[in-house]
Design a binder for this molecule. Structure first.
Ligand code: G4P
Length: 526
């Protein structure tokens, strides 16, 4: 039997993040192909495979064709156990992605070579930076016309605020794309358009090897040598420690659609990406190889099976061995709980598992006991530190439109907030409920789910707000004076913390000026 340490060191738990359309789904699918988790080669165009490669259990997701929910895909690749945590592609669900990033040990960022760094990627990178998450970048769609790779590297550094180091290098792009030189391994992969596999991989001695000229032609070989010389001159040698500290991001070039450059990425990823790392709790640092189990809930997914109205709580195992039918403590309620049917996620299937290891995600059927951020342990009082809530971007009053169903509405709102679908604030002035989201779509999701899952009907009323700011001050009097002055704009969040609802950037600026003793925060933890 393998030891706990063996199991930990072979695990790689990560998320692929990108701006929509950069190729995240395609890359995920190709990684699953390499892992033997799916068997249909080059089936990106087939919607069927797309649906299984991403997970869209929710009705709304099917209707809209976007991935609302985060799911997990586990597979074995060589000696490694890979867990990919999928993130919703749509930016309105960015909050969901932020939380998923609390459960991964590293990240692969996909960038479209023609488009470069786009807004969504920039935002997600900020979250990675907050947590020093190691990042690998895959520049995709080299088979299409795009930007100069050096320009892309500069942009990555400037926009993502991280040092980069190319580990592969393209020979031309678009129609003239000939392949990728692997700087890391000194090999050359030649690209043949329309083929779904690498046509030829040639191990070469080094960049001066004359075989390169034979294979790609003299002119391109010369250009490649110049490029490599420039790279070696400009970018310091790749340093794995710096990568693990989140200070430098290795960069790969390829074409996910053509399965090109993907294996290099995966192989290098397995070699350098971190195994599950120690995790900070409020009490202490928890090491993965401790005997006692601990983990936290980072995602709650409702109604994956339309026949059963239950949720699944996604638990990231942080330490020890998680076992089926063991007694574990749910720290927030203080209750001991036993899980008879925890599931693991292998490719598109979920199966009941008897045990899971640090880095793994287990799905636990739940009927409303769990909240995002909850800790489970073998008994010790620990509280894992989550990611703070960020101020929503959009706000609306929620109003009941069916007086007979106010209880259902109340329950629905509570549970959806527990799942982290959106944030709830109660205006202290008029007692009305305000829902805050990152995008318009979430309002529609909430309305749809309240109706279909709770039988409750609601309507939205506009409210023009700029930001929700959590406020604090050492000076009680100053705080009270502020609350009194701004009483129309004061609210509390679900934890009862004071929140100032600023209706414009100007108002917030003035408030900061007029009340210097008050600190305003746009995240819930400070
Ligand atoms: P996403 O999950 O990041 O949103 O992107 P996705 O993988 O769905 O890819 C977006 C589009 O880009 C898809 O085309 C996909 O086929 C294409 N694509 C991905 N990788 C490459 C690549 O290396 N080269 C080229 N040329 N295209 C690539 P689509 O037409 O929008 O969708 P579909 O009809 O192919 O499913």
């Amino acid at each position: 039997m393998s030891t706990l340490t063996d199991e930990i060191s072979r695990r790689r738990t990560f998320a692929i993040i990108s701006h929509p359309d950069a190729g995240k789904t395609t890359l995920t699918e190709k990684l699953l192909l390499f892992g033997g988790a799916i068997h249909i080669a080059g089936a990106v165009k087939s919607n069927k495979i797309k649906k299984t490669a991403t997970s869209d259990w929710m009705e709304i997701e099917k209707q809209r064709g976007i991935s609302v929910a985060t799911s997990v895909m586990g597979f074995n690749y060589g000696d490694y156990k890979i867990n990919i945590l999928d993130t919703p592609g749509h930016q309105d669900f960015a909050e969901d992605t932020y939380r998923t990033l609390t459960a991964v040990d590293s990240v692969i960022i996909v960038v479209d070579v023609a488009k470069g760094v786009e807004q969504q990627t920039r935002k997600l990178m900020e979250v990675c930076r907050m947590r020093n998450t190691p990042v690998i970048i895959f520049v995709n769609k080299l088979d299409r016309e795009g930007r100069d790779p050096f320009e892309i590297l500069d942009e990555l550094e400037a926009e993502l605020k991280i040092n980069v180091r190319p580990l592969t290098w393209p020979i031309n792009i678009g129609a003239k794309f000939k392949g990728v030189y692997n700087i890391y391994e000194n090999s050359l992969d030649l690209f043949t358009p329309n083929k779904q596999t690498i046509s030829e991989r040639v191990a070469i001695d080094n960049i001066t090897d004359p075989r390169i000229d034979e294979m790609v032609g003299e002119a391109d070989a010369k250009k490649l040598r110049e490029d490599i010389e420039l790279i070696e001159g400009v970018y310091p040698e790749f340093d794995k420690t710096q990568y693990l500290e989140g200070k430098v991001a290795p960069v790969f070039f390829g074409s996910a659609l053509n399965t090109f450059g993907v294996k290099e990425l995966l192989d290098c990823f397995c070699e350098i990406a971190p195994a599950p790392k120690p995790v900070q709790t409020e009490e202490r640092l928890v090491l993965p190889d401790e005997d006692a189990f601990s983990g936290f809930v980072f995602k709650i997914h409702a109604n994956m099976d339309p026949n059963h109205r239950s949720c699944i709580a996604f638990v990231k195992v942080c330490s020890g061995r998680f076992q089926r039918n063991e007694n574990y403590k749910h720290i927030r309620s203080g209750k001991m709980m036993k899980f008879s049917s925890p599931t693991a996620f292998m490719a598109q299937k979920k199966d009941i598992v008897d045990e899971a290891y640090p880095g793994d995600i287990v799905g636990i059927p739940d009927t409303g006991n769990f909240k995002i951020g909850d800790t489970l342990t073998a008994g010790e009082e620990l509280h894992f530190k989550g990611l703070p809530s960020f101020s929503p971007e959009m706000f609306k009053y929620i109003e009941n439109t069916d007086p007979m169903k106010s209880k259902q509405l109340e329950k629905g709102i509570q549970q959806l907030m527990d799942e982290g679908v959106a944030q709830l604030f109660i205006n202290q002035f008029n007692g009305r409920k305000i829902i805050g989201t990152v995008g318009q779509l979430q309002f529609e999701v909430i309305q749809y789910r309240l109706l279909h899952e709770y039988g409750a009907q609601c309507r939205w009323e506009p409210i023009s707000l700029f930001k929700a700011c959590w406020i604090e001050s050492e000076d009680e009097q100053a705080l009270e004076a502020f609350k009194k002055r701004k009483h129309q704009f004061m609210a509390v969040d679900r934890e009862g913390r004071d929140v100032f609802l600023a209706d414009s950037g100007y108002v917030l600026q003035m408030a900061q000026q007029d009340f210097p003793k008050i600190r305003f925060h746009t995240t819930s933890e400070f």
